[in-house]
Design a protein around this ligand. Structure first.
Ligand code: NAD
Ligand code: G6P
Ligand code: MN
Length: 443
């Protein structure tokens, strides 16, 4: 008999919450649950999803205890897992992260470059708060964290909460593997990958058939060289908007610059920033696309369920984002020893890279957490790019801890996306102004 689990979703008002709940319902035999709670610091936002999910769960899982709250003690007591996906500053601040750099002709992105740095400075405080709640009220629990920017959040955890049971994760490799599996006519479960890099900054070195050991890398490369990761059939409900299609397609040019490996799509912001700025509309960015799209759809589906008083024929969807976090929870809860990509401290997994860097590599996950798998030595080209990027991430955390203006200026100047120290300084001053009340004071 599997022990029934108690879970709190932190960032209960997230657009991804309903998908995760639906995925849990579908997996109730693999991951049985006795209690589910939502926690958010915006009670009104969360209540819309909370009320709709209450109706849905009453119909589809009447034995599951469900509640939603803004009270940390109520939320974090008696749980086995915290699934976190908070967005400190919400879409309003994401818009700033994207639009401020674009004013300077620089890439404006949620997790990469100046936007990611600004978001990182906001996220650290929110993340430390929820980690501390978990440790106070459920010291045995694990936190599975999606909150971005995952690279900076992971480094902050390493430095500031080194003993906390927090696993930082990303769904991009999972989503892309789904595309790869379609390209070769397999299911993702039939494939096993090798991969190295940082979060949103990595490469696949093999994509093998689990059963035969055959490596599809060359076959997938042949496809990607022509089409990027664009596939013919809808593979998911996530990563489908027009801007995402352009991103999948651009992988073609990422393979052109490094033909040995298959690229993570996020590398486009580092290798083709001018192309990216050219595509961007400085007054309508991804934040606006999401507010008009996913956010509107999820919240209207919720309001519709509430108005009808039933979730029958309701509009909540499952996606690969949700399957990953549920699989991870299951691997820990039931010692499944499953292989998955996680953001962990290197400690030799990439042989010729710093031990104390937070890297993204395959790990075997069981009830003691992740065991990173050795990925051997990496070429100098990738090593140099990664060292530059990981140093940016480390310096952001140092700047946060020390309240150092100078360090944050250096971090921005070091980012491959920022062309000069002068631009970096102008940007920094703008970002400080926009992030008042969110960032620690910098001296
Ligand atoms: P969203 O704005 O819809 O949801 C975030 C929720 O967090 C909001 O309801 C907000 O009120 C809440 N929140 C903000 N600060 C909080 C705090 N300090 N404590 C508790 N709750 C807080 O955002 P979304 O688009 O659904 O994304 C949610 C998060 O998941 C983002 O950080 C996003 O970048 C991340 N995400 C990461 C991955 C990944 O690959 N790692 C994938 C998808 C989404
Ligand atoms: C990918 C990334 C995430 C990112 C997500 C949502 O899955 O891995 O880190 O948060 O996309 O992006 P979107 O622009 O759709 O909100
Ligand atoms: Mn990600």
């Amino acid at each position: 008999m599997k022990k029934s689990q108690s879970v709190v979703i932190a960032g209960g008002g997230s657009t991804f919450t309903p998908g995760i709940v639906m995925m849990m319902l579908e997996n109730s035999d693999r991951f049985p649950m006795k209690e589910l709670k939502l926690y958010d610091n915006d009670g009104d936002r969360q209540a819309v999803l909370g009320e709709a999910l209450e109706i849905l769960l009453k119909e589809q899982a009447p034995d599951l205890k469900f509640s939603y709250t803004t009270d940390p003690k109520e939320a974090f007591s008696g749980v086995d897992f915290v699934m976190a996906h908070i967005r400190v500053g919400k879409y309003e601040m994401r818009e700033q992260d994207e639009k401020i750099p674009l004013k300077y002709g620089i890439v404006g992105q949620e997790t990469c470059g100046p936007g990611g740095i600004a978001y990182g400075m906001r996220s650290i405080t929110g993340m430390l708060d929820i980690i501390d709640y978990m440790e106070e009220y459920s010291p045995e629990a694990w936190m599975l964290n999606y909150s971005n920017p995952a690279a900076i959040v992971a480094e902050a955890c390493r430095v500031l909460r080194p003993d906390s049971k927090v696993l930082n994760i990303c769904d991009m490799p999972v989503g892309t593997l789904r595309r790869m599996s379609q390209i070769v006519g397999k299911t993702p479960d039939e494939l096993e990958v090798s991969y190295f890099g940082l979060n949103h900054f990595g490469w696949w070195t093999s994509v093998k058939d689990k059963e035969s050991g055959y490596d599809y890398l060359e076959d997938i490369k042949t496809y990607v060289a022509e089409n990027g990761y664009l596939t013919q059939v809808e593979v998911d409900t996530q990563h489908m908007d027009e801007s995402w299609q352009a991103t999948h397609k651009k992988a073609k040019d990422l393979l052109a610059i490094e033909p040995r490996f298959l690229p993570n799509t996020y590398l486009k912001y580092y290798f083709y920033p001018d192309y990216e700025v050219g595509l961007s509309n400085p007054t309508f960015t991804r934040a606006n696309e999401v507010m008009n799209g996913r956010e509107r759809e999820v919240f209207s589906a919720a309001r519709d369920i509430i108005a009808r008083g039933t979730a029958e024929n309701g509009g909540f969807h499952i996606d690969s984002h949700a399957s990953f976090i549920v699989d991870l929870a299951r691997a820990i809860a039931f010692n499944a020893k499953e292989r998955m990509l996680l953001i962990v401290e290197n400690n030799g997994a990439i042989a010729n890279f710093d031990d104390d860097a937070m890297v993204e590599v395959p790990c075997i996950v069981g009830s003691d957490g992740p065991e990173p798998l050795s990925q051997g030595k990496i070429p100098n080209f990738e090593r140099a790019l990664m060292l530059q990027q990981v140093t940016v991430e480390k310096m952001v955390v140092e700047a946060y801890v020390e309240g150092s203006y100078q360090k944050l200026w250096q971090a921005l100047s070091l980012s491959k996306i920022v062309p000069s120290a002068e631009k970096a300084k102008e940007l920094l001053d703008d970002l400080i102004e926009a992030n008042k009340g969110y960032w620690p004071e910098l001296k």
